[in-house]
Design a protein around this ligand. Structure first.
Ligand code: GRG
Length: 307
């Protein structure tokens, strides 16, 4: 992207991302008990991981999806915000558990020592559990629009975080370790471990803004393509970037013989696949028209990211 128009567009996106991140950070900080509330250890641990930065991709997608189908005003955003927090709470729980010695056994996350290295394994497990539980409490704060009662939102989140999606991906990932990675298996894992949460984030945002079934379908297709592209880029960055840049341990996938796109099809083909999926993501947005421009920009931004 070198044209002047492209530069202006990416400037606009940077401002958008900064503003939405600010909204999300404030809401996340308010979503948990203060660190001093008894038992302080658990609240410290929950806040330590949740408020450690991170790209906030999932909550930003929730907000952007609500804006793509709603009126886009302050009310649209305010109603999407608890759902955005729910997506980030589930995501952060999954990161804490993923880093545990019995899983990926990692000591660096979001540029900080992982939860279990600071608080011990027991508290880290419980902090993950408590964040997951809090996610459903946050979802209950959405003012349900006419098409989507709260029970629908809760079911969406439970399905995406459950044994058919997020946890299915993690189990398949654990079972794939040390085996020669095959593309269908890698895809199975990535669709469940990563894309499912990205689809959930978009769908929750769209639902809080009372999306039509057609709009919801377009955003689901967008999320499926974007989610897979996002994880392929993540796999590529693990091979090509430093731990300092990523804020998490780089090079671990190769070391642990993890199921990744570069391991299955090589780096050049992985890059081509991420580009193809990003184009597919763009195509999925076409029925939504101009209001989905931010989502299209986010897809391009994620393709070009280096952390
Ligand atoms: C239930 C015991 C138990 C564990 C669940 C499901 C699970 C553990 C872990 C999956 C988490 C995981 C590592 C998913 C991969 C998706 C991914 C690329 C995560 C990193 O997302 P980013 O880059 O991270 O958006 P930030 O820190 O920016 O939010």
């Amino acid at each position: 992207m070198t044209s002047r128009k492209a530069v202006r567009t990416s400037d606009g996106l940077a401002i958008y991302l900064r503003e939405r991140r600010r909204l999300v950070e404030g809401a996340l900080a308010r979503s948990l008990p203060a660190a001093s509330v008894r038992p302080a250890t658990i609240h410290k641990a929950m806040r330590y991981s949740l408020l450690a930065g991170g790209k906030r991709l999932r909550p930003i997608l929730t907000l952007a999806a609500s804006e793509a189908v709603g009126t886009g005003g302050a009310r649209t955003l305010a109603n999407a915000l608890p759902a955005a927090c729910a997506a980030e709470l589930i995501h952060t729980y999954s990161l804490i558990h993923d880093d545990l010695p019995c899983m990926d056994d990692d000591d660096l996350r979001r540029g900080r020592p992982t939860s279990h290295t600071v608080f011990g394994e027991g508290v880290a497990v419980l902090a993950g559990d408590a964040l997951l539980t809090r996610a459903f409490g946050m979802l209950a704060e959405v003012r349900p629009p006419s098409r989507y009662p709260l029970s629908v939102l809760v079911k969406e989140a439970a399905t995406a975080a459950g044994s058919l999606q997020l946890i299915a991906g993690q189990v398949a990932d654990l079972e794939a370790e040390g085996k020669k990675p095959r593309l269908p298996e890698v895809r199975f894992i990535h669709e469940r471990k990563t894309a499912a949460m990205i689809i959930l984030s978009l769908r929750l945002g769209a639902m809080t803004a009372n999306a039509t079934p057609g709009e919801l379908e377009s955003l689901t297709e967008f999320g499926a393509a974007l989610g897979l592209a996002f994880q392929i880029i993540d796999d590529i960055l693990d091979v090509t970037q430093s731990s300092e840049r990523l804020g998490k341990s780089a090079g671990k996938d190769l070391e642990a013989s993890k199921a990744t796109y570069p391991a299955a099809i090589g780096l050049p083909a992985s890059r081509r696949e991420a580009v193809r999926l990003t184009k597919k993501a763009h195509d999925s947005l076409r029925p939504l028209g101009a209001k989905s421009a931010r989502l299209a920009q986010i897809a391009d931004y994620l393709l070009g990211r280096d952390f």
